[in-house]
Each structure stands twice: as C-alpha cells, then as structure tokens.
Design a protein around this ligand. Structure first.
Ligand SMILES: *Cc1c(COP(=O)(O)O)cnc(C)c1O
Length: 393
C-alpha cells in the first residue's frame, strides 16, 4: 500500500475531481499536462534555478540547540521562514507559474484568505510579467490590510468577494466563476494541497523539495536520511505534504500533523478538521471537513489565519484515516506560548501557524536520542501585532 496518490487521483478513498461540468475542460487540460510538463528537463532546470537564486534554496536545516536541551531530545528546524516572501508558499507558486507559461496562459487568478497565498502569487506574476487577479473576501480585505497593500504594490488586482460571509469560500467561488468564463487564457493558482485532482498532487510535488532537501541535509548532519519524527502544521496541508512527501511510505519515519484547535476542540470555535470532520466534498475534492448534520460547512476558527480552513487536503484525510500520521490539535493559547518560547530560546519569531507545530513539545514526550524535524513553515513578521496584543508586550 502506498500513501501517495493513485492513478485515478485518490489517496485511499479521498481526492478525485468533483467539479461542475463547465470546469471540466480546464481541469482536464491540467490533468493531462501537469506531469508531462513538470517532469520535463527544461522545466526542472528553470524551476530549480529559480528556487536557488530567487527563493534562496536550499533552506537550512538548523539544529535548535537550546530548544533541544529544554525538551531533552534532538530538534532540527527546516527553515522555510527564510524563503523569499517568508514562507513555503512560494515553492508552489513558482512551480505553477512556470507550468502556466508552458501551457501558454497569459493571465493568473487566485483566491486568498489571509492574503499569504495572494502575496506569493502576486510575487511570481510580477517576476514573470503576467497579469494577476486575486479574489479576496471583503471582510478579509479589511482584516488583512498589509497583505492587500503588498499585492497592490506587486501589481496585482485585488477583487473583493461581496457574497455570503465575504471570506475565503466566497473568494473561491468568485475565482471558479472567473475560470469558467476564461478557460483558454487563464490559469488558476491554488495555494495548498486542496481542490480537484490534479491540484493536491501537483502542489505536493512542488512542495516536495522540502523533504528532498531534508534527506541529504540530515544525512550530512546525522549520517542518516531518516528522522524519527517529522512535524508540521496543517491548514490545507501544503507545507506538511512537502515535509512528508519523500517519507510517506517509509514506516521508519513517524509523522505528526498539527491542527488548530482554536479555543478548544469542543468549543465550536476550532479548525481541527480531521478530528472533527466528516467525509464530504469541498472545493472539488472528497475529504474530511467540518460540517453540520445536514452537510452545511461549519465556519472554522483559529487565531492563525493560515490554519483557519474547514477542510484538509485529501492526502492528510487519508493519513488520518489510515493512522499513518498522528494528528494533534493545539489551542490558540498553546500555540502562542510556543511561539514566544521559540523566539526567546532560538531567536526565531515563527508565524502563528508554525507556532502550533512547536506546541507539540509540551504535549508529547520524546526520547533523548530521537531525531525530530519540524517544518518552520513561515516567519512571524506578519503576526507581530497579534503577538503583541496577546502578550500585552
Ligand atoms: C499558509 C500557511 C500555512 C498553512 O498552509 P498549508 O497549506 O497547510 O501549509 C502554514 N504556515 C504558514 C507560515 C503559512 O503561511
């Protein structure tokens, strides 16, 4: 059995492409071409060159000495926070913009909630000189002013979604509508391992550079490619998918996925999708999502905007269902405390999303000889005001 995708686009029972007929030509064009293009040597050369010179890869694998001492185990940090734009998201947007160019597309659309994916998309569109339209809920535009400013500075057009709750899912609907109306010239850059096949697999492959690097970096430092544990936070699941990718079928390596429990799993204000979710269809894929008895999607809640999503990608739904990964839900308070601790033990201020992953060390005891790799998915500059307000600094 493999934990990777099968030829039909499923991870176990999850995945597939549940889309309106009008979207079929767009998705089919991608499905038929994404592997052919991304496996082509000229594509790989350009992708790797940009990851190196533009993003700044390889990102370091850093041994966190003081954090390791505190928890009496060996902790390495995969420094995705040091990438250009401050997180892992750019690995995927670089891959997709190159793919869009090879498909002859001249226009990019994206949807964004907190604005991080919008910024990563606007960045690569500026890099390539391609028109960029980002859909964003009107409520999110008001809440995320600095990222809206960044997107505009980068030359993107930010279009408010005015329907429904005026947040991420409404922005997604607008983006879908746009794509249906512009199937020939437009590519839709999805920001995580979610959406209809082939998106989850395509995004996972672009993020897989993370575990590809961990393998040789850990070999250099510890004489083995295999850590005992991999830890990553899960919103949609892209930084986690990248961290796990080359280890999915290697049972010597244990996998921990960290979700946002918000104010607590049982409070009704949470985003612990796997634990609370039921099988259903969201954004064109069959996965686990939080919903009411009659199938209405529940509003998620987390202090971190990037984990505030009512579903998880199908890869993670399968990792949960099969028990391949251990899922841990971390509350807002636990995450904030862990973020402050990492700042003061290592001089690294993490994104609040990432802080959730570090809270695992209070939650679970590891052996002194265990080698643990945590994906430090992003830096905390964007979250400073949140930290300041929370700790009254
Ligand atoms: C967006 C984001 C996440 C959550 O997205 P995934 O697709 O689950 O990785 C996590 N960390 C950071 C820093 C982010 O910006």
């Amino acid at each position: 059995m493999s934990y990777n995708i099968d030829e039909k686009g499923y991870y176990g029972e999850f995945g597939g492409a549940y889309i309106p007929e009008m979207l079929y030509p767009n998705i089919e064009e991608l499905r038929q071409n994404y592997m052919k293009i991304s496996e082509d040597p000229s594509f790989k050369k350009e992708f790797n060159q940009l990851l190196k010179d533009y993003v700044g890869r390889p990102s370091p694998l850093y041994f966190a000495k003081r954090l390791s001492e505190k928890y009496n185990t060996k902790i390495y940090l995969k420094r995705e926070d040091l990438n250009h734009t401050g997180a892992h998201k750019v690995n995927n947007t670089i891959g997709q913009i190159l793919l869009a160019k090879k498909l002859g597309k001249s226009r990019i659309i994206a949807e964004t909630g907190a604005g991080q994916h919008g910024v990563a998309t606007a960045t690569v569109c500026a890099l390539m000189g391609i028109e960029c339209v980002v859909y964003m809920g009107e409520v999110d535009i008001a809440r995320q002013a600095p990222n809206v400013a960044r997107m505009k500075m980068l030359g993107a057009k930010v279009v408010p979604a005015l329907s429904g709750s005026r947040t991420l899912k409404d922005a997604t609907n607008e983006a879908m509508r746009d794509w249906i109306n512009n199937p020939v010239d437009t590519h839709y850059i999805v920001g995580s391992v979610v959406g209809p096949h082939p998106y989850p697999d395509m995004v996972a492959r672009f993020q897989a550079v993370v575990s590809e690097e961990i393998k040789w970096q850990l070999k250099e430092k510890e004489g083995t490619e295999n850590p005992d544990y991999l830890i990553a936070c899960v919103g949609g699941g892209s930084n986690a998918a990248g961290t796990y990718y080359h280890y999915l079928d290697n049972m010597d390596v244990k996998i921990i996925a960290v979700e946002a429990a918000g104010k607590g799993i049982d409070t009704g204000e949470s985003a612990a999708t796997s634990v609370l979710g039921k099988e259903g269809i969201i954004h064109g894929s069959k996965t686990l999502l939080m919903q009411t008895k009659d199938g209405q999607i529940t509003e998620p809640y987390s202090i971190s905007a990037g984990l505030d999503y009512p579903g998880v990608g199908p890869m993670h739904a399968n990792l949960y269902k099969t028990g391949r990964a251990e899922f841990i839900a971390i509350t807002d308070d636990e995450a904030m405390t862990a973020g402050l601790e990492l700042s003061q033990l290592e001089g690294i201020i993490p994104a609040i999303e990432t802080s959730h992953a570090f809270a695992v060390f209070e939650y679970k005891t590891f052996n002194p000889e265990d080698i643990i790799v945590v994906n430090l998915s992003g830096r905390g500059d964007k979250d400073l005001q949140n930290y300041i307000d929370y700790f009254k600094l």
